[in-house]
Design a protein around this ligand. Structure first.
Ligand code: CAA
Length: 248
């Protein structure tokens, strides 16, 4: 099956997993656009490093938690002449605390950034995918959306919600060449995970049958496959890659 060059948008594309996904899609021959929430200086420095390693990305500042900000980002992408074929909803945050200690701000920040963002970012690009008869939406959820996690009522709810979105939208667009899937990574060697208190993290790793954290590049390879021509029969799926930590 011939792999065509498409245009992909990766949210949170400068983060640990986002960067790996952006690079993998670029390696597969796609044009890759990123959203980021850094200041312009930090974003430019990051882009320069990538450029030096052969990765030409175009970046757009956006707050994925904010509808208006995403509308402006979509307008800038259109004004630059891009038609987005692949949306990877990767941007996400944690605000871990037991429900007893969780604040309203900690709940809202995670629900808006991790779940509302999926609506904010997918919606502006869906019509174009339907008109062109081809599209891929890949929602990056988490093992903790499947099994729940002590200290993550907010994150587990948001991540489980992403897959509800996936299953509903997959049905709406299946006949138009657009697939919608969820990827549920386990614990990866990224800053988000290494921020977990060391004793807690040690216990988590001890519970991973493969015996280690995952590498972002391993998840990225899966996302790139789902975004490919070859994956056209996969839709509404939730694909786990978690070192065997959860097999439900
Ligand atoms: N199961 C049962 N009890 C647990 C527990 C668990 N998993 N973890 C902690 N506890 C217990 C402690 O033993 C302690 O008990 P005692 O009071 O009897 O001593 C009690 O809960 C501590 O409760 P506190 O509310 O005081 O907890 P805390 O404020 O010290 O910290 C926490 C709680 C913030 C949740 C901390 O445990 C933590 O950071 N846990 C990690 C959560 C996690 O896995 N986050 C994943 C981040 S990475 C990610 O999300 C990416 C991805 O997709 C995988």
């Amino acid at each position: 099956m011939t792999q065509q060059q498409r245009t992909a948008l990766v949210t949170g594309g400068m983060g640990g997993l986002g960067e790996a996904i952006a690079r993998s899609l670029h390696d597969a021959g796609h044009r890759v656009l990123l959203t980021h929430a850094r200041d312009e200086g930090a974003a430019a420095a990051w882009l320069a490093v990538q450029q030096g390693e052969g990765y030409a990305f175009q970046s757009y500042a956006a707050d994925v938690a904010d509808w208006e900000s995403c509308q402006r980002m979509a307008a800038r992408i259109a004004a630059d002449g891009h038609q987005v074929d692949i949306v990877v909803n990767n941007a996400g945050i944690t605000r871990d605390a037991t429900l007893k200690k969780l604040t309203k701000d900690g709940w809202d920040a995670v629900l808006r950034t991790d779940l509302d963002s999926v609506f904010h970012v997918t919606k502006p690009f869906l019509d174009g995918m339907l008109e062109r008869g081809w599209g891929r939406v890949v929602n990056i959820s988490s093992i903790n959306g499947l099994k729940g996690q002590f200290g993550q009522t907010n994150y587990s709810a948001a991540k489980a919600g992403m897959h509800g979105f996936t299953k509903a939208l997959a049905q709406e667009v299946a006949r138009k060449g657009v697939t919608v899937n969820t990827v549920s990574p386990g614990y990866l060697a990224t800053q988000m995970v290494t921020a977990v208190p060391p004793d807690v993290l040690q216990q988590i790793v001890a519970g991973i049958p493969v015996g280690r954290l995952g590498q972002p590049a391993e998840i990225a390879a899966l996302v790139t496959f789902i975004a490919s021509e070859a994956a056209g029969f996969m839709t509404g799926s939730n694909i786990s890659m978690n070192g065997g930590q959860y097999m439900g």
